[in-house]
Design a protein around this ligand. Structure first.
Ligand SMILES: [Zn+2]
Ligand SMILES: [Zn+2]
Ligand SMILES: [Zn+2]
Length: 157
C-alpha cells in the first residue's frame, strides 16, 4: 500500500529530509539518501555506490556521509552481516524502535518486517534508560520452509 507514494520524486524527498535537519544539500548527501529511499531493502556502502553509478562519490565520502546522516537520524544501520553494514532510511522505523530484520539461516537472505509488533522489553535493571531498540530475528523464510518439505534432509544423506 506504500508502493504508490514510493514513486514520488526521491530527490525531492532527500532534499526535504536534509532541510528538516538543517543540513546543507550536498551532492553526496542527496545521492546517498536518494539511493536508499528508492530501494526497498537495506544497502551496503558498495551497493549504494553501484546504485549511484558514475556520479558516485568515492568510498571515504560515502562512509563519512553515511555517518553524518546517521548522527542526524536520517539513516539507520539496519544490521551487520559478516563485516558488511547495511543501511536504510530512518523513516522506515519508529523513533523508539527499529523494525525487526529477519535473516533466513538456510538461504541467508534478510528481510525487513515493517509491520511486526515487538513487545516492550521488561525487567530492565534499575538506573538504565532505554531510548531505542533493534531486534534481529533468525529462522527459515517461506521459500526455504517449502523447499525442506519436499527435499530429503541433507544431514541424513
Ligand atoms: Zn531503524
Ligand atoms: Zn530462506
Ligand atoms: Zn529494514
Amino acid at each position: 500500500m506504500k508502493q504508490k507514494t514510493m514513486h514520488k520524486n526521491f530527490l525531492q524527498k532527500a532534499e526535504d529530509l536534509l532541510t528538516s535537519c538543517q543540513l546543507r544539500k550536498t551532492h553526496p548527501r542527496l545521492e546517498i539518501l536518494r539511493a536508499l529511499l528508492q530501494t526497498n531493502c537495506p544497502l551496503t556502502q558498495e551497493q549504494i555506490a553501484e546504485r549511484i553509478g558514475s556520479r558516485s562519490p568515492d568510498k571515504t565520502t560515502i562512509y563519512r556521509t553515511l555517518m553524518t546522516l546517521m548522527q542526524h537520524n536520517l539513516v539507520h544501520q539496519a544490521y551487520l552481516k559478516g563485516r558488511a553494514r547495511y543501511f536504510e532510511p530512518a523513516g522506515r522505523c519508529r523513533a523508539d524502535q527499529c523494525h525487526p530484520h529477519f535473516t533466513c539461516t538456510s538461504c541467508g537472505k534478510t528481510h525487513c518486517f515493517y509491520d511486526a509488533e515487538i513487545p516492550a522489553v521488561r525487567n530492565i535493571p534499575a538506573g538504565f534508560l532505554v531510548r531505542h531498540s533493534q531486534l534481529r530475528l533468525e529462522g527459515l523464510c517461506a521459500n526455504c520452509q517449502n523447499d525442506s518439505a519436499c527435499q530429503p534432509d541433507p544431514d541424513n544423506s
